[in-house]
Design a protein around this ligand. Structure first.
Ligand code: PHB
Ligand code: FE
Length: 329
């Protein structure tokens, strides 16, 4: 599968009557109208709301295709092989497979990133940011106006030292210009007391993580807040629905820091329902390695995600050498 990855440029077609170009990447064709994206492949075609498509696509690019599978909806998505990426349609949907219209093509990661970036830039108008919560941005619908000049992705600001210690490159949260989000107006944002033993001044610090997350202007976009070898701790603010359905190639842990998220959990390969998890503030759960899941956050909430980024894990789970869940009860 990964041997014959196509390293191709996306082909840009002429603009339609609404001003949007159509595109071809390998066997896939993409076009949009005022409300929908239309995706075609050799044996089939599919239609999806444009908002859902763009919110999924910018995250897929920004996350470097993430861990495992990113389903834009039940039919269309990507599968990360870390260097190469499958784009699939219907390949993990029982109905599409039974009808023989499923399709999968493998590309270099670079081809897909560049291709998806080209589509997103052409289709995102000024005033619409797919990383914002739907109530905090404009609409992606309608004819083309002006391409947004906002960056498509948010670059991480990497800290060199603990945030707040002299010499770190990250700006203090109260100096970023990012206001506390409307939904977190009641969150205490006082700073922790720090009592340093003599001789350790300037080496120990602490921040209020709630204050940090409360100022995020994006949703469903985890940022790495600490890394210990392959163990990554990511925090994120969530509102409305996770714009992708994530299929795991490893376990991941969720810590609900505030409010509530409802997770729909399905079998990874077939999409059959496996369960619903309602996580309330303080709840912790592990998402197993053999499922796909999508979160729904009725009110903006704070979530911490722990990922083990070890490159050996997908093979260990896929071969059954590791059980798909972390604990045997
Ligand atoms: C996930 O797929 O596990 C995920 C993705 C984005 C988030 C939170 C969780 O913001
Ligand atoms: Fe996930």
């Amino acid at each position: 599968m990964t041997e014959e990855a196509k390293n191709v440029d996306i082909v840009v077609g002429p603009a339609n009557h609404l001003g949007y170009s159509s595109f071809q990447l390998g066997g896939f064709e993409f076009s949009r109208d005022e409300y929908f994206v239309h995706i075609k492949w050799p044996k089939g075609k599919h239609v999806m709301e444009i908002d859902r498509f763009l919110r999924a696509m910018v995250r897929d690019i920004g996350w470097g295709f993430f861990y495992g599978w990113i389903f834009f909806d039940d039919v269309f998505g990507t599968h990360n092989h870390y260097g190469t990426v499958d784009i699939f349609a219907g390949a993990y949907d029982e109905g599409c497979k039974a009808a023989g219209i499923d399709y999968l093509e493998t590309f270099t990661s670079d081809s897909v990133s560049k291709g998806f970036e080209t589509i997103s830039k052409n289709w995102i108008n000024e005033g619409y940011d797919p990383l914002n919560a739907p109530m905090e941005t404009g609409s992606p619908m309608g004819e083309k106006t002006r391409e947004s000049d906002k960056p498509l992705l948010r670059n991480f600001i990497a800290a060199k030292r603990m945030l707040g210690l002299k010499g770190d490159v990250a700006v203090r949260s109260d100096e970023t210009g990012h206001p506390i989000n409307r939904a977190f107006a009641d969150v205490p944002v006082d700073n922790p007391d720090i009592e340093v033993e003599p001789g350790f001044e300037g080496q120990l610090h602490a921040i209020n993580l709630f204050d940090h997350i409360a100022r995020s202007d994006v949703t469903w976009n985890p940022s790495i807040s600490s890394a210990t070898r392959n163990s990554l701790c990511c925090v994120t603010s969530e509102e409305h629905m996770l714009p992708v359905i994530h299929g795991n190639d490893r376990n991941e842990w969720f810590f609900q820091l505030s409010d509530e998220i409802h997770w729909k959990v399905q079998d990874k390969n077939t999409g059959r329902p496996r369960g619903i998890i309602v996580m309330k503030a303080g709840d912790v759960c592990a998402m197993p390695a053999d499922i796909r899941h999508q979160g729904f956050s009725p009110k903006r909430s704070m979530l911490m995600v722990m990922e083990n980024a070890s490159p050996d894990l997908p093979e260990l789970y896929a071969s059954g050498k590791l059980a798909p869940y972390p604990i045997e009860f």
